[in-house]
Design a protein around this ligand. Sequence first.
Ligand code: NDP
Length: 377
Amino acid sequence: MLPDNSKSHTRRKFINKVSAVTLGSMLFGSYANARQDKKREVMNTKRTAGKLGIALVGLGKYSGGQLAPALQETEHCFLAGIVTGTPEKAKDWKSKYDIPDGNIYNYENFASIKDNPAIDIIYVVLPNALHAEYVIKAAAAGKHVICEKPMAINVEECDRMIDACKKTGVMLSIGYRLHFEPHTQEMIRLSKDKVVGKVKKIIAKDGMSKVEGWRLNKALAGGGPLMDVGIYCVQGACYVSGMDPIAVKAKEGPKTKPEMFRDIEQSLSWEMEFPDGTIAACESSYAEDMNLLHVDAEKGWFELSPAYSYRGITGKTSEGKIDLPGVTQQAGQMDDFAMAIKDKRATPVPGEMGRRDLKILMAIYKAMDSGQRVEIS
Ligand code: NDP
């Protein structure tokens, strides 16, 4: 029988052996982790080299479903940071997109983003009534800004946003993704080059039958379908005609669900009158799915249907099909803004365009409420 001390000696040897193995694996583990971290750092540096860092503010459907995926395709900018009021989203996005803790903000500490050189651009993707506040805060932080459509809920807010950006010398752009979409660009070319003659009439319709949340709350949305999807008809009529309207007439549609649409319209139709006499007849609705941009010209017609979707935009003319590839519009839009910043050139979708559209939207509401033709100065 072995004396007790030799028993403990054996145990000690065993423990030492185990400790050595554990320590070895711990050391190897931390070495492997360090290598992993280094590898990730190198990959990240490669992925982000020379690109501008974008922080998305508000991680809702559009940020999560469209913008973050598009930022995996961009060549001149990347998803560097997030601003969210929901801690669980911060956790999910951090692991999904490899976002460092230092680039994760909430609405309370948002102002400290000014000290973060990794963030060059702040992209405001909040409910409409919060756009002005966060664009102005982003400008004060010295960051370039992209603001989602509609730019704000009234023209006065647009003025303050534009002024704030001018004051701190940052660029302001609106999330008008369709300007970077090939079928839309072809519609603009067909009109500008008078390929089937001069444009006589435009028909634009955009509506969706399912709506929920803040979009039904006037205080947050600023209005109903006109603010949300009708704005695409306003945009379509302006980019296809190449002009700004001089007057509008409008009529509210019936409310089939008055309890849901208490202080916003459920649907409306309106007309935009352009300086050369071209008329755009438009409709927007939260009761019906619609998606059309149709142009009648002197010798033929051209149209997109759907005209405003993220994918699957399809076009034809009186001469045949418009055969063009689909693109990730948001990637083109954000890359163009990043390049505009780098090249110190203007963005094709500036704050001033967002302001023009708010002016038109407000005139449409005035025409709808008064039943009168409203001139736009
Ligand atoms: P969601 O409701 O899906 O997301 C909005 C996010 O804003 C929320 O998830 C939340 O994010 C944050 N938020 C902060 N305060 C509030 C509040 N009081 N109420 C609700 N949300 C709040 O909206 P969308 O993503 O659909 O729309 C956001 C903006 O993007 C709108 O201006 C809309 O018009 C525009 N948009 C543009 C599109 C385009 O094609 N260009 C398409 C769709 C939308 P968090 O929890 O992270 O704080």
